[in-house]
Design a protein around this ligand. Structure first.
Ligand code: ZN
Length: 325
């Protein structure tokens, strides 16, 4: 039997925010207008999962709720709750239940600027849908978005933080807006070296990143399945790479879909910080493990970051993600 555990650690590290009422000078937190439901399969478990995205009160953050036990169990979407980063990002409670593959949904919530939501799941994994964030963006848009009378807060990077080594690394650096850049180098003529950079302003996540699907090599699928992973993987939810092309009918959604998916993963993993990032992220052949390690290292140094409100006026330049001074 599972005992309901409410994790409040993510809440504890939230600094108090200024109440704003009828003022238009700072951006406000946002949640969903109404609940919305979908069903799909888990990429790694292969299990059929029902998921409901629900509105949540201001300052409650993103919370995953496992509903498949006697009493629901809440797991805050926080870097503090990450329990595994192999192939996907899994969050969980010590000795308790967990939720795998949160990153594509977290990326959609980040890209849609949703601060507060409850994600109910009746299984151990977020449905993979088509392997990208686009179906989640669609769900959020169908549910609608409402502002809440509390200032939004963002994580402003004050000092450069780097984790990894020369082969694979992540660097977070101060900047006046949110920029995600990434480069990958695969020993595959189909992928090869790809480099991309996107400034997260005015819906660029949706247009430039959200449709990029997860990918894998045909040769690796058998190995993953033997390890009990990727049981739900198929051409419906992943780009499958062969020696000389991709197996998916219709080909790629972006010419450089592979590096764009890596950026999507980074956006989702970084949203486990508890708010949008104001700074520059660069990933060099990195993955979930280093994305998480970068947040751990950042939060370990209280002088490397601070929470900041976001100006809503025209002076905020071009984005809900523009930084405060
Ligand atoms: Zn991914």
């Amino acid at each position: 039997m599972t005992i309901a555990l409410k994790d409040s650690r993510a809440k504890r590290d939230r600094t108090p925010v200024r109440r704003v009422s009828g003022r238009g000078d700072v951006l406000l937190q946002r949640t969903l207008k109404s609940p919305i439901r979908c069903a799909g399969i888990g990429l790694h478990s292969g299990a059929k999962i029902d998921m409901v995205l629900k509105p949540a009160e201001a300052d409650s953050g993103i919370v995953f709720r496992r509903t498949d036990s006697d009493r629901p169990v809440d797991i805050a979407a926080s870097w503090r709750n990450v329990v595994e980063t192999r192939l996907c990002t899994r969050i969980g409670l010590p000795g308790g239940p967990s939720v795998s593959t949160v990153e594509h949904l977290m990326a959609a919530l980040a890209g849609s600027e949703i601060d507060n939501a409850v994600i109910e799941l009746d299984g151990p994994e977020v449905p993979v849908m088509d392997g990208s964030s686009a179906p989640f963006i669609f769900l959020i848009e169908c549910a609608g978005i409402v502002e809440q009378p509390v200032a939004r807060r963002a994580l402003k990077i004050l000092k450069e933080v780097e984790v990894g080594n020369a082969e694979c690394f992540v660097r977070l650096a101060p900047a006046s807006a949110t920029t995600i850049s990434f480069d990958i180098d695969f020993d595959s003529p189909v992928i090869g070296h790809q480099k991309a950079e996107v400034r997260l302003v005015n819906g660029t996540f949706k247009s430039e990143i959200s449709r990029a699907r997860t990918f894998g090599f045909l040769n690796d699928f058998d190995k993953l399945r033997a390890a009990g992973l990727a049981r739900g993987g198929s051409l419906d939810n992943a780009v499958v790479v062969t020696a000389d092309g991709v197996m998916n009918e219709g080909g790629l959604r972006y010419d450089d879909e592979f590096v764009r998916h890596k950026m999507l993963d980074a956006v989702g993993d970084l949203y486990l910080a508890g708010g949008p990032l104001i700074g520059r992220f660069h990933g060099h052949r990195s993955g979930h493990h280093l994305h998480h390690a970068a947040l751990v290292q950042l939060f370990a140094d209280p002088t490397a970051w601070r929470w900041a409100e976001l100006p809503a006026s025209a002076a905020a330049t071009d984005s809900r993600f523009a930084a405060t001074a």
